[in-house]
Design a protein around this ligand. Sequence first.
Ligand code: AMP
Length: 429
Amino acid sequence: MEIINNVKGTHDIFGEETNAYDYVESMMKSIAELYAFNGVRPPVLESDKVFSRGVGESSDIVRKEMYTFPDKGGRMLTLRPEFTAGIMRMVVQNKLYATNELPLKLYYCGPVFRYERPQLGRYRQFNQFGVESIGNNSPINDVEVIVLAYTILCSLGLEGVKIKLNTLGDEKSRDNYRSALREYFARHIDNMCEDCKQRYELNPLRILDCKVKEDQEIVKGAPKINNYLSDESKAIFIQVKDALDVLEIPYEIDDGLVRGLDYYSETVFEFHYVSKAGVDYGAVGAGGHYGKLMKELGGPELPGVGFSFGIERIVSVLKDDGGLKDIKQELDAYVMPLSEEALLYAQEVAILLRNSGGYRVDVCFDKTKLANMFKRAANKNAKFAIIIGEDEINKDSVILKDLAKQEQKEVKVDDLINKLDEHFDKEEE
Ligand code: AMP
């Protein structure tokens, strides 16, 4: 029979890589919880309108990257290409904003789907972790979210993360800026790529994100947003920068940073990383402030700010930088029955240690030589071997062997948890 392979642009996560994902995700969650964010789990499937209205018709995501299809009932559905619009749909539908204290602080983690050209570090199904802080307009709220993202990356051991910061201003600023961009690009657009021609019509801001080399040369000469900002937007950006200075968070201004999603306004940012070996991973995460998204989705006009990390990129950074060495799965004990008859007794001992002792325990199921079982215990990083032969079964005992010290003794099953507790308590001291 023919083997069935995974779908193009997806990837399987198994073995030690699973531990790496668990480690990264649980670190992100626990730090978000320190900052008083609460977890949410919106569905993977949403009505396509959530994203066409939320992320915006001019974004690359909506124009060409969404997995949208009719279900058997004829409803147009989309596999979420990002979380923010779906979370906002959830907040509006469930009136989560109707609380006596805003901002509403939410975090999420899970897969997203984009029909992109697969290449190194770019998948069609990948995982994101991120937060949304909804309902407060203070620039210091933007800053709290930036500091949280930066803290997570530092805690994971990514040294020298670069925060790139820009402002897109308010609607008035962006309208003025778009007009200036249209005027500038009118002279060049005939020589630019087909995508840019569409972007010119839909939203010339998107042209600044073009990855085509020749177009980038033209983009370099384009007007900059700073000259089109309203006084209010200028003041907000100054507050954000001043607060980051006070908190000693390093950043650099990148006036070409526009982000690929239409809902952003005012502050936007990206987190860039170059590994210890000098490999440029580009953005490992990004985010910004959004003023009108909730209104676009039929809710009240409450602003929000959020970021999103690409977990695949962060895991490969940590792999390359050697940041995953300490997260090997270890066994507390590996139980070795010396005969077929000892297997059930071995399971009883293992279940006791797991359920009453809280120890991580595995049992050898194969009839194999003792020497092989010790090799397996070493491969599983087991701290103890528990050997069970006929004698031990008759005496309600086991042989407990400390694999580091290579010392062994007979222990009654009733006393086994005590013995292990004593050992691990001592180790902790
Ligand atoms: P975005 O939602 O586009 O702002 O992306 C947030 C983060 O997700 C980026 O900074 C990347 O780290 C990651 N990311 C975006 N697209 C992909 C992809 N196709 N494959 C893997 N990671 C991605």
